[in-house]
Design a protein. Structure first.
Length: 64
């Protein structure tokens, strides 16, 4: 699968199938601090990702 990360901006490849939470851990990202988007759909940490998927990972940002 192709993964686009936002901060810092980069693209990585990862073999599937894997759960979202496992991909985030492999990339040393905190599960609770990132959103994972497949196409135009937000996916949960327990969903499976496959080789043909194109994923975007964005950090959760809050402000006030």
């Amino acid at each position: 699968m192709r993964i686009q990360l936002s901060h810092p901006s980069r693209t990585v490849e990862c073999k599937g199938p894997k759960r979202v939470k496992d991909v985030l851990r492999e990339l040393n990202l905190v599960v609770e601090a990132h959103l994972v988007i497949r196409g135009d759909e937000l996916v949960t940490e327990d969903e499976m990702l496959y080789d043909g998927d194109q994923i975007e990972i964005r950090p959760v940002i809050s402000g006030g």
